[in-house]
Design a protein around this ligand. Structure first.
Ligand code: TRP
Length: 513
């Protein structure tokens, strides 16, 4: 059976942008900016996108398009093509380092799990990295969909005009039975999009929802900027201050850049595998990067002026509750408040669904193609159904414990044994922290090592271009790419990793100077 392709280059770009632009841009970016010192964070974030995010994204798309396979098979094929077994040794060493770390963090389950992973690694090679991607993508979906559920609830509240009269955000998320129906609605929406397939599902949804998202954002910015005192918010967003720079800000910015561009979870590999040869990867990745950054900055422009105008400077450090706790009050104080609220939350839903679809698609592609390899046929609808059921079951845990562990004390016990000191305040935080701060950088690191060192970037670079493009014209860009992939990206990721694991305290080193 022939593999599906994207209908057009624009379709691919919009779908990749649809995956990248999501809650990360509109929910997470503003609160991270608020918590990490405004303009300075934004500046570092932009550098991270250009110097590290885009080269990694090009590498992932390149793997996808060259291999035309699901991520697991792509990784093992890539390994066969490389002639440097040393890479395997390096990775095993890295993994052993992790085991030692988990040991010190009293994370018994993780020690066992990573020991198993090392064993599997030495047997099966890089395909294991592909398995990690697939599983972690589904795990991310299980809690991403919970934030999606909050959005569904807030749309309902704005429609029924109970945005500020209903229970507070904190009360709402701590009552699982209230979150559950919206969670199932959100997961179903995601399932429907992926079930539709590449052209009729993901591409179509992105082609309609992405432009709608930008139009809605612009309308809200118009309203936000015309509020009294709005300029304070704009200044906060765009004016870097020297005092606000710190290593922590840089690391948070890099982590956020990864999450926002959907890197490190094989999304670009999966989407790239449906890409045609006549598309230029550099240009496509550039467009996705620009659209994603634009969406984040526009979201900042929509939110900060309104927050400054209505809640004052103290409102910006509200953390994850910035959108759900502070914004309804902001809308409430506005003329035509419920209308703005409906626009805003609908836009957020669009953004979230196209991103969650990308997470489910990764798993679906793997299920379908691995089954075919074993000469069993698995239809797309069944693959989607399996992913759907798995994520929904896992998501129940997140729904039951967003505020604290009290609803599921036995899960807390198991998690504490499994994750040791890596356990955070709730299941939600634990999974988010483990997936985005540990797994994303780990897989991205493997990807750049493979592309930059195991595969030869000089030989590869021309493959980034479209068929028939003039290589000379792009020479400097291709050289820059190979330099960034070989040196800048791996070193930066390693620094983030060392810092998140607490092995190196960059804060202290920075203060020495
Ligand atoms: N990038 C999306 C956002 O900004 C979230 C997302 C989708 C994601 N797929 C991902 C994050 C894969 C990490 C890995 O909301």
């Amino acid at each position: 059976m022939a593999r599906e392709n994207w209908g057009s280059s624009l379709g691919f770009i919009l779908a990749a942008a649809g995956s990248a632009i999501g809650l990360g841009n509109i929910w997470k970016f503003p609160y991270m900016v608020g918590e990490n010192g405004g303009g300075s964070f934004v500046l570092v974030y932009l550098l991270c996108i250009v110097l590290i995010g885009l080269p990694v994204m090009c590498s992932e798309m390149l793997i996808g398009r060259s291999m035309k396979r699901n991520v697991i098979n792509a990784m093992s094929k890539l390994e066969q093509l490389s002639h440097r077994p040393i890479m395997r040794t390096i990775l095993c060493l890295l993994a052993t380092g992790l085991v030692t770390l988990f040991f010190y963090a009293h994370a018994c389950g993780l020690v066992i799990l990573s020991a198993l992973a090392i064993w599997a690694f030495s047997k099966k090679g890089f395909a294991i990295a592909g398995w990690i991607c697939t599983i972690v993508a589904l795990v991310i979906l299980s809690y991403y969909a919970v934030v999606g559920a909050w959005i569904v609830e807030y749309i309902w509240r704005s429609l029924s005009n109970t945005l500020t009269t209903g229970s507070s955000f904190g009360e709402y998320i701590s009552s699982p039975w209230h979150v559950l129906p919206s969670f199932i609605i959100f997961m179903t929406l995601t399932g429907i999009v992926v079930w539709g397939g590449i052209q009729k599902g993901i591409e179509l949804a992105s082609k309609i929802l992405m432009p709608a998202l930008f139009i809605l954002l612009l309308i809200i910015i118009g309203r936000s900027l015309t509020l009294p005192g709005a300029m304070e918010g704009v200044k906060f967003l765009f004016k870097p201050t020297m005092e606000a720079f710190s290593p922590k800000v840089c690391l948070m910015a890099l982590g956020q850049a990864f999450f926002s561009l959907s890197l490190g979870m094989a999304i670009a590999v999966t989407y790239g595998s449906y890409m045609k040869r006549k598309q230029n990867i550099l240009r496509s990745a550039g467009c996705v990067g620009i659209l994603d950054t634009l969406a984040a900055l526009l979201a900042g422009l929509a939110i900060f002026p309104a927050v400054f105008s209505i809640a004052g400077p103290s409102g910006v450090t509200a953390g994850p509750g910035l959108i759900f706790g502070v914004l309804p009050q902001v809308f409430n104080a506005m003329f035509w408040g419920p209308v703005w609220a409906i626009c805003f939350f609908t836009m957020l839903l669009f953004a979230a669904v196209t991103s969650s679809a990308s997470l489910l698609e990764c798993g679906a592609t793997v299920f379908i193609e691995r089954m075919r390899q074993g000469h069993k046929r698995l239809s797309r609808s069944k693959a989607v159904l399996f992913g759907f059921i798995g994520c929904t079951l896992l998501g129940f845990l997140t729904v039951a414990s967003t505020a604290d562990w009290s609803n599921i004390p036995w899960v807390e016990k198991i998690t504490r044994w499994f994750m040791g000191d890596l356990t955070q305040g709730t299941w939600f935080d634990t999974v988010d922290n483990f997936a985005s701060n540990w797994c994303l950088p780990f897989v991205a690191f493997i990807t750049v090592l493979l592309v930059g060192w195991a595969w030869n970037p000089r030989k590869l670079a021309p493959k980034l271009l479209a068929e028939g493009d003039d290589i000379q014209r792009y020479a400097w860009l291709l050289n820059t790419w190979s330099f960034l992939v070989r040196w800048v990206a791996p070193i930066a990721i390693l620094c983030v990793f060392l810092s998140f694991t607490g092995l190196v305290n960059f804060e202290k080193i920075f203060n020495l100077f």
